[in-house]
Design a protein around this ligand. Structure first.
Ligand code: NAD
Ligand code: MG
Length: 391
């Protein structure tokens, strides 16, 4: 029996890894929709090759280009943010949510209402609107499977276990590009240096977020939202080899570790085949050759993002949407050369303070409209904080 599959963010790093797995057994899948943004040639090539019903670009002004690239193929073309939500609303058995940023929230919610399973790589949607995502899934009986490597590892370690017996969850962090840098040099880190990851091959934004630890900060919140464990049960451990992805500690003292090569096709493939396990084309680790695993505690001075995540969870309400929007805006500022690497956390801290102090937005009901309103206000506040620093 074929399964109807949609890939949101098909042209990105996670999207391409997903397509790689689909391509290995195309007869098993009936591709409904693929979405992308600026990379029209790739989007069209994959949509034709996989015989998708529709291909959608996020960019309104690229519709003609997409139409031209798809001409004669029988694949429908569409463009714009609404068209992505419409594509996510076409019935599917399995949808991969792999758009980067808060732009993935509305399509993710649409998919939760129309897909049997949502494979969730877009951690931003859980950070921005965890309760809304989980409630929507519950209302439609939709299964969410985490695709972030740490969260897939936690999920796998919890199979057959009772969450009430969990004492703590440890997520590992490679430490990113600047793990070994002298602290005083960090403020001089360039975009090029921040954009290369020692272990993982990922999109540029998440790679920079790994260097700043904002990625891990997001993942602490993601763990709190998805597994419903309290913030003080979640620990971060620096593990430069990126082979242990997470550990779950139980009330009898046992620690279950998930070990595997740093290859996202494991977590994607696990979510694609769950509850079965199937052969996946990832490296098999030779532990004797590796010899030892290395661990250390995260350095709070090097990575202030970790504390900001804790502040965000303590504030609760829609502060997650503020945190994410501030982080995205600060990252834009760093990429554009308006901020130094170390100033990104200052901008996020300022934005959290500003939004915390400014009336009832944070405590409003969590609807998509309210989240997007908070997202907008937080981006404005973050831009003002960037401006203050640049000027
Ligand atoms: P990427 O930048 O490589 O790809 C992003 C995708 O989103 C592309 O298809 C792009 O066209 C699309 N996109 C960008 N802006 C958009 C917009 N405004 N509207 C609609 N689509 C848009 O990113 P990635 O590394 O594949 O990451 C995707 C998501 O998965 C992120 O949430 C990231 O945090 C998460 N994730 C990635 C990895 C990884 O290994 N790359 C690991 C864990 C989690
Ligand atoms: Mg991760």
């Amino acid at each position: 029996m074929t399964r109807r599959i949609t890939v949101l963010g098909a042209t990105g790093s996670i999207g391409q890894n997903t397509i790689d797995l689909i391509r290995r057994a195309p007869q098993d899948y009936d591709v409904v929709a693929l979405t992308g943004a600026g990379n029209i040639a790739q989007l069209a090539r994959d949509a034709i090759d996989l015989r998708a019903d529709v291909a959608v670009t996020a960019q309104d002004d690229r519709l003609d280009d997409l139409r031209t690239a798809l001409a004669g193929s029988g694949v429908e073309a569409a463009a714009g943010a609404q068209a992505i939500c419409d594509a996510a609303s076409r019935p599917a058995d399995w949808t991969m949510s792999a758009i980067v940023g808060a732009a993935g929230l509305a399509p993710g919610l649409a998919a939760l209402a129309h897909s049997t399973t949502l494979a969730l790589a877009n951690k931003e949607s859980l950070v921005c609107a965890g309760q809304l995502m989980l409630n929507t899934a519950r209302a439609h009986g939709t299964q969410i499977l985490p695709v972030d490597s740490e969260h897939s590892a936690i999920f796998q370690s919890l199979i057959g276990e009772d969450i009430a017996a969990v004492e703590r969850i440890i997520i590992t962090a490679s430490g990113g590009a600047f793990r070994e840098w002298p602290l005083e040099k960090l403020s001089e880190a360039t975009l090029g240096q921040a954009s290369s990851h020692p272990n993982w091959d990922m999109g540029q934004r998440i790679t920079i977020d790994s260097a700043s630890m904002f990625n891990k900060a997001m993942e602490i919140i993601e763990t709190h939202e998805f597994f419903d464990v309290s913030p003080d049960q979640i620990e971060v451990l620096v593990h430069p080899q990126s082979m242990i992805h997470a550990l779950v500690g139980f009330n009898d003292g046992a620690l279950m570790a998930h070990v595997g090569p740093p290859d996202m096709r494991h977590a994607i493939g696990f979510a694609l085949h769950y509850p079965e396990r199937r052969h996946l084309p990832v490296e098999r680790l030779d532990l004797a050759a590796i010899g030892q695993f290395e661990f250390r505690a995260p350095d709070a001075a090097r990575w202030p993002a970790l504390r900001l995540a804790r502040d965000t969870m303590a504030a609760g309400g829609m502060m997650g949407a503020v945190f994410n929007a501030a982080k995205e805006t600060a990252l834009d500022g760093f990429i554009a050369g308006q901020l130094r690497f170390t100033q990104m956390s200052d901008v996020v801290a300022d934005t959290l303070d500003h939004m915390n102090a400014s009336d009832g937005h944070i405590g409003a009901t969590m609807t998509l409209d309210n989240v997007m309103q908070v997202d907008h206000l937080a981006r404005e506040a973050a831009k003002a904080a960037i401006h203050k620093r640049a000027g």
